[in-house]
Write a protein that binds this ligand. Sequence first.
Ligand code: 13P
Length: 288
Amino acid sequence: MALVSSTPFLQHARQNGYCVGAFNVHTLEMLQAVVEAAVETESPLILQSTVGTVKHLGADYIAAAAQTAAKLNRIPIALHLDHCADFDLIVKCIRAGYTSVMIDASHSPFEENVAQTRKVVEVGRAAGVNVEAELGKVGGVEDEIAVGEEDATLADPQECKAFVELTGVSTLAPAIGTAHGIYKGDPNIDFDRIQAIAGVVSVPLVLHGGSGIPDDQVRRAVSLGMSKMNVATELRIAFSDAIKNVFKANPSENDPRKYMVPAKQALREMAIEKMIVCGSVGKAKHFR
Ligand code: 13P
């Protein structure tokens, strides 16, 4: 298969009460590990890269690796650009082969967010690409974007409804109390708000800050309408810890394959756990 837009499987997830994991990857091995997890669990998959990773690896390299994964496996795979405020970079990634993009103008006032999102939706529609946007502000640090606790604001359900109508966006990430990074205490998720937003917005909703949310809370958020869950920090930790352990046992190790193999294995296991909690296991068959 070729890379696909995530819109059809996210709509299917929304209609059928499950969620698709969207995993941030920074290296070829991370990408392969997440793909292996999706193949093993027969899950639809969204591979994600941040703007920082696009700058680090290059959109063409990332897209080529994701295309190869899609071609070699019988599961639907989308490639998504996470949190991007730069229109030109969004267009560049779409040209490189990304099948989903996020325009993040959530730091701007409502009207400006609408205007910027509409512009990306026009381009996305022409290219058959999924477009995600954010309303409210998700707290924490995601790559180059840092939102302090005091600046994090929750999305208003009526504004969400108006935003989707005005922009025609394919998927919406409303801030509902999760944060990027590892939580200091328990996450403070506003489940009533998710329910209220899902009640007035029919497009799939995106749960940002997927790391560190207890499984029962993920399941509850999914049952209320969250159809895509972004996970980054926990994957990086699993991958890096496995590498650190190799060097702890053998500080002179200098063969990357010796530390990448356990790192891939740790990440694969973590991704499988997330796919099980999301309820995406076995859903790939609907999209062949
Ligand atoms: P975490 O780093 O908390 O998993 O958040 C990921 C995310 O939401 C990416 O957009």
